[in-house]
Design a protein around this ligand. Structure first.
Ligand SMILES: [Zn+2]
Length: 350
C-alpha cells in the first residue's frame, strides 16, 4: 500500500500561558511521562536558584548546570543515568534547554522543555546548540516530549532580551526565501510542509501588532518559535529557519563574540538579506517589526562599524559550507559588499 501521509514526531503537550509552571507536576503524571519514577529538574547557573526556589514542592531533584557548554550536557547526561531518572525538565532560557535536550538524548529519557524566555527557536527543535572549546556546535537530538512556556516568567525575565526570539522567528522569511533561491539555482528540494510552518510562524509575529509584553503577543511569539522548531524537525535540518540570516549571525559571533544575542543577530541578518534580495516591501515590514520591538536593524545599532559589519558579511558563507543563500548567489567582492552595506544603512535610516 502506498504511504498516504507522513508521520511526524511532535510534542505530546504544548502549554503556553501565564503561570504554566504550576501545572508541570500534573502534566507529567496526566500524560504518563512519568509513572512512579524520579524526575530531575535542570536549571541554569544564572536564574537557577530563583527558578528552583519558586517551584512547587516535590516536583523533582534540582540539578544546577555549571554553564551552557557541551561538558555540562555530558555531565548532566551521566547524572541522569546514574540517578535512574524517568524524565528531566529543563527549566530556563535557551542555553539551559539546549543542554538538557542533549543530556536527555544521551540518557535516553524524555525531556520537557520549560521556557522562561523567548530568545530563540530552540524551545521545541530537534537541535541542541552548545558552546565548546573552539566555538559552538549543533547536535541533532530527540525533540522535547512536552513544551511549556510560562508567560509570567517570560515577562519577568531579566534584561530586554527575553523576547529577542522575535528576530529569530521573522528570520524564517529570509531562510525560506533562500531555500527557494537554492531550489531555482541548484535544484535543492524544498519541503513544502516545513516551509509552510516556518513561514506562517514568521508572518504571525510580523503582523501581530503588540505591544510586546501582552499575553496576546507573547503567545503568538511562543507559538511561532515552537512551530519553527517543528518545521526543522519536519525538514530534518535547520533549512526552514536558517539561511544567509544565520550565516551572518554565526559570522558576527565568530569574529566579534558577545556583540548581541542569537535572536537580535538573526533578525538583523534577515533584514540585510531581504534587502540584498531586492524584496523591498518585505524588508520594510521586517524593519518596522524589528523597530517596534526595539531590536537592532543596522551595524550602528549593534555598535559595529560598517567596515567590521562588511567583514562579517564576507566571512558569512564560510560559517555554513554547503548552504546556498543570497550571499552565495551574489558572491560579492569586498568592494561590492562595502557598497551594499553603505547603501543598506542609508536605506534603513532613511
Ligand atoms: Zn535561529
Amino acid at each position: 500500500m502506498p504511504l498516504l501521509a507522513r508521520m511526524l514526531a511532535a510534542p505530546l503537550v504544548i502549554d503556553v500561558r501565564p503561570g504554566a509552571i504550576a501545572g508541570l507536576a500534573a502534566l507529567l503524571t496526566d500524560r504518563k511521562i512519568v509513572s512512579d519514577g524520579r524526575v530531575a529538574i535542570a536549571v541554569g547557573p544564572g536564574q537557577g536558584d530563583a527558578i528552583a526556589g519558586a517551584l512547587p514542592p516535590g516536583l523533582g531533584d534540582v540539578i544546577k548546570l555549571p554553564d551552557g557548554g557541551d561538558d555540562s550536557a555530558v555531565g548532566l547526561g551521566r547524572d541522569l543515568r546514574a540517578g535512574r531518572y524517568e524524565a528531566v525538565d529543563g527549566i530556563g532560557g535557551g542555553k539551559t534547554i539546549d543542554v538538557t535536550k542533549l543530556a536527555a538524548h544521551v540518557a535516553g529519557i524524555p525531556m520537557v522543555a520549560v521556557a522562561t524566555s523567548l530568545a530563540h527557536d530552540g524551545i521545541a527543535s530537534p537541535v541542541s546548540t552548545l558552546a565548546h572549546e573552539s566555538g559552538s556546535g549543533s547536535y541533532g537530538v530527540v525533540p522535547p516530549v512536552a513544551v511549556v512556556v510560562d508567560l509570567d516568567r517570560v515577562r519577568r525575565a531579566p534584561g530586554p532580551l527575553s523576547t529577542a526570539g522575535i528576530g529569530d522567528a521573522i528570520s524564517n522569511l529570509s531562510a525560506v526565501a533562500d531555500w527557494e533561491l537554492s531550489a531555482a539555482d541548484t535544484r535543492e528540494a524544498v519541503d513544502g510542509l516545513a516551509a509552510a510552518m516556518a513561514r506562517s510562524a514568521a508572518h504571525a509575529v510580523l503582523h501581530e501588532p503588540g505591544p510586546g509584553n501582552t499575553d496576546e503577543f507573547l503567545t503568538v511569539l511562543a507559538e511561532a518559535l515552537i512551530m519553527s522548531g517543528m518545521a526543522m524537525a519536519v525538514a530534518g535540518s535547520s533549512r526552514p529557519a536558517s539561511g544567509g540570516d544565520h550565516e551572518i549571525m554565526h559570522a558576527i559571533n565568530q569574529l566579534y563574540p558577545g556583540t548581541a544575542s542569537h535572536g537580535e543577530l538573526a533578525g538583523l541578518g534577515a533584514l540585510f538579506c531581504t534587502h540584498l534580495r531586492g524584496d523591498l516591501a518585505k524588508a520594510e515590514l521586517i524593519s518596522a517589526c524589528l523597530a517596534r520591538h526595539g531590536l537592532p536593524r543596522t551595524p550602528a545599532d549593534l555598535g559595529m562599524s560598517h567596515a567590521d559589519f562588511a567583514k562579517a558579511i564576507a566571512h558569512a558563507p564560510e560559517t555554513r559550507p554547503g548552504r546556498y543563500t543570497i550571499l552565495e548567489r551574489l558572491a560579492m567582492s569586498e568592494a561590492e559588499i562595502a557598497d551594499r552595506v553603505e547603501e543598506y544603512a542609508r536605506a534603513i535610516a532613511g
